[in-house]
Design a protein around this ligand. Structure first.
Ligand code: SF4
Length: 399
């Protein structure tokens, strides 16, 4: 079987280390107390890849994403060891997208060059804001200058695909300061920009302080920020393709599209999630238990939430949720082919008020949310999905 005949797959590797914990962060990441853990963790992750090598032998991964945490906090030797182990254990498709998250102030030119030589062709950098006061409020460790240095280093290392993360709804931010941050980033000309809405999560420093005690913009201001940011990015040549993602032509994140298209991905590392061979599973969000589990070679004991076969019904709900995250929206013929139902017949009445209110449009092939609808997508989608009793439906094709 050549790699062209094999199943496509995304591979995600989680590196849970950071230089310091940002005030808003609820990812599984922590600041290690000693550096010995880096080598032990890299070895565990590599053993885990070896464990999945035969299960993934029929696949040709066309996207790899090393995220975190901050993977570039790892010593260069350990990070490169992980990158090389990916290529050794999986038969990557030709021209596979290979991304590493590399936060500003955690990379140097020689590491970026070594990553490029080892096959990494995409870097994702978290800037979050170009405004010093906003960066400080988020407790980010880098300055705008650090970001700019890292960005130019990546270009010098011949990384031709760079994504930059920004946030809106952060303390002290205004629509004008957000647009200034976007303007600053677009002048650097990255291929991809993500714009995430800050959410105050309970288990974070911000959560403990409480939203009322942070100088947060109100909901109307956040709405203005989102709408104007989408328009501004579009005017700069970044086409929105997902609620939070914008790209130059042909530069959409192949890896992240797998999540939204319900395609297969294998996630390794503590807290990493997978949808592989028709099953969803995740690994326990504890680095110590994860490493011990791998070292004892009993990877089944470190599955945290158990594994779950996805029924056609559950998949239908999930498919609707995920497709509406994309600007392309839900394509009626795809839905009919996958589930054997007419989406318009099932949901048409429910969608009408959202179309009349400007939150949704009827596209040539189906339905999609407008930017206004995307801003309140959680509300709209839970409303739509509660409308039909999915339990009463038996999709024609289980997959
Ligand atoms: S750098 Fe990223 S993963 Fe690490 S604490 Fe900050 S937001 Fe979380």
């Amino acid at each position: 079987m050549t790699s062209a005949d094999k199943r496509r797959l995304g591979i995600y590797l989680h590196v849970p280390f950071c230089m310091s914990k940002c005030a808003y962060c609820d990812f599984y990441s922590y600041v290690p107390k000693n550096e010995q853990v880096y080598e032990r963790y890299a070895n565990a992750l590599i053993s885990h890849m070896e464990h999945y090598k035969s299960a993934a032998a029929g696949c040709a991964p066309d996207s790899v994403y090393i995220g975190g945490g901050t993977p570039t906090v790892l010593p260069r030797e350990q990070l490169l060891k992980i990158v090389r182990a990916v290529r050794r254990n999986f038969t990557l498709a030709k021209n596979a997208e290979f991304t590493v998250e590399a936060n500003p102030a955690t990379v140097d030119l020689s590491t970026l060059r070594a990553l490029r030589w080892s096959g990494v062709n995409r870097i994702s950098m978290g800037l979050q804001s170009a405004d010093p006061r906003e960066l400080k409020a988020l407790s980010r460790i880098h300055t705008r200058g650090d970001f700019e240095d890292s960005y130019y280093m990546a270009r010098k290392a011949k990384i031709e695909n760079i994504s930059v993360d920004l946030m809106f709804g952060i303390p002290y931010q205004t629509t004008e300061s957000l647009l200034r941050s976007i303007d600053y980033v677009t002048r650097l000309d990255p291929e991809h920009i993500s714009l995430y809405n800050l959410k105050i999560e309970p288990n974070t420093h911000f959560g403990k302080i409480g939203a009322a005690n942070l100088a947060l913009p109100d909901e109307d201001e956040e709405f203005r920020m989102y709408i104007q940011a989408c328009q501004f990015l579009e005017s700069k040549g970044y086409k929105q393709y997902e609620i939070s993602n914008f790209a130059k032509p042909g530069k959409m994140s192949r890896h992240n599209l797998k999540y939204w298209n319900c395609e297969e991905y294998l996630g390794l590392g503590p807290s990493a999630h997978s949808y592989f061979n028709g099953t969803r599973f995740s690994f326990i969000p504890s680095i110590n238990q994860y490493m011990k589990g791998i070292e004892n070679m009993g990877s089944e004991i470190i599955i945290s939430d158990g594994s779950e076969q996805i029924s056609g019904r559950a998949m239908m709900g999930e498919y609707i949720m995920l497709r509406f995250r994309l600007t392309e929206g839900l394509v009626l013929s795809d839905f009919q082919r996958k589930f054997g139902y007419d989406f318009e017949e099932m949901y048409g009445n429910k969608l009408r008020p959202y179309i009349e209110g400007g939150y949704m449009i009827r596209t040539r092939d189906g339905f999609a949310l407008t930017p206004r609808g995307m801003f309140v997508s959680n509300y709209i989608l839970s409303d739509i999905l509660s409308y039909a009793d999915l339990n009463a439906i038996t999709p024609a094709s289980e997959f």
